[in-house]
Design a binder for this molecule. Structure first.
Ligand code: MG
Length: 386
């Protein structure tokens, strides 16, 4: 029996690599649905190669282009998130790989869980924002979320066969991004081209900027807290520039487990797609001779203020991670558009975190309202302070 896969965000960095993994084992997987935003060319090419039944496009122009190029074919092409949520009901789809960017990943994740699909999750924002809502729902639906984020895949792999009660803490590794050793002056002059040029990982724009500002690690801490059902004080971050150890679990008996591989997203994607089996094929084997020295350093929360802000959001909980995330999404977009400097991203996030109304036990609607208001407040702050 082939696994019937829906790839949400198929034209992004994770989506294209997921298709590469699938292509390596066509006897195991069939692509039933692909979805993309504005990259019509790539969606058309993917459709022709992988022959999914359904194609979802969420940007109007791209939708027109895809529809025109694939008219008189049997592809079922639809527009927008509402239709995506409906199509997920299709019985051919048993596994949903969610590689959407940011808040847009939330509703498709919730819908997939409600529909009791297998979930492979690369979208970290959804769990960081609404883990308190999502994880009990996943438990009720008996749904295991297999993480694709390399750190969470590492922890997931370290925890196979272990009991939650045996965990002392988990240690997330962070590469530190391209600006780890920048001086304050250098830090103030960072432009988008530099931020998108990560020393180790090749990733999409949003996650590249988040990696450089350490907000990515902040979101990953909150994500880990919910995915592995831990307390905030059980989560630590350490800088490991080579990104070979993807994360570690410290057990109460003093033993420490780590997961190592080359820094290559194909590996956690492959693990998630093949789980609970392991693939026979490796996209890049690890060799210690290529990495003779693995180094570690303290994650400086003063220098990387985003890490401190994410920690506050994780500890306080409620709708605060949603506020943090919304402000960050606006800040990153403004930075990429050269409307807001990189070094002022934490200032904006902190300001919005303190100006928005805190709700300690939000329902699903609250996450949406909070996000909407926080986006508006962030945009107003940028207009006023530039
Ligand atoms: Mg990661």
């Amino acid at each position: 029996m082939k696994k019937g896969i829906a790839i949400l965000g198929s034209t992004g960095s994770i989506g294209t690599q997921a298709l590469q993994v699938i292509q390596a084992s066509p006897e195991l997987f069939s692509v039933e649905l692909i979805s993309g935003n504005n990259n019509a060319q790539l969606l058309i090419a993917q459709a022709k190669q992988f022959l999914p039944k359904y194609i979802v496009v969420t940007e109007e122009n791209a939708f027109q282009k895809v529809s025109r190029a694939l008219s008189n074919t049997k592809f079922h092409i639809v527009f927008g998130e509402e239709n995506l949520l409906k199509l997920l009901e299709a019985s051919e789809i048993d596994t949903v790989l969610n590689a959407l960017v940011g808040f847009s990943g939330l509703m498709p994740l919730i819908r997939s869980i409600q529909l009791e699909k297998h979930i492979l999750l690369a979208n970290k924002e959804s769990i960081a924002i609404a883990g308190a809502y999502i994880m009990p729902l996943a438990k009720k639906k008996n749904c295991t979320i297999i993480p694709i984020d390399s750190e969470h895949s590492a922890i997931f792999q370290c925890l196979v066969g272990e009991r939650k009660a045996s965990i002392d803490k988990i240690i997330l590794t962070a590469s530190g991004g391209p600006f780890l050793n920048y001086s304050t002056e250098e830090y103030q002059a960072i432009n988008p081209e530099e931020a998108l040029n990560h020393p180790v990982w090749d990733m999409g724009k949003k996650v590249s900027v988040d990696s450089a500002s350490l907000m990515n690690k902040g979101l990953e801490m909150i994500e880990a807290r919910w995915l592995f059902d831990l307390e905030p004080n059980q989560i630590e971050v350490i800088i490991h520039p080579q990104s070979v150890i993807h994360s570690l679990v410290q057990f109460k008996d003093g033993n420490l487990k780590a997961q190592l591989s080359r820094p290559n997203m194909l590996l956690p994607i492959q693990y998630a797609l093949h789980y609970p089996n392991r693939a026979n094929q490796s996209f890049s084997n690890f060799s210690f001779t290529d990495f003779p020295s693995l180094t570690f350093q303290h994650a400086d929360r003063k220098k990387f203020r985003n890490l401190a802000l994410a920690f506050i959001a994780m500890e306080k909980g409620g709708n605060l991670p949603a506020i943090l995330n919304a402000a960050n999404e606006v800040a990153v977009q403004a930075f990429l558009n050269k409307k807001w400097p990189f070094y002022r991203i934490p200032e904006l996030v902190e300001e919005i975190m303190s100006s928005q109304t805190f709700v300690s036990e939000p329902d699903l609607q609250t996450y949406f309202e909070t996000t909407k208001k926080s986006i508006a407040a962030s945009e107003a702050y940028i207009r006023k302070h530039t």
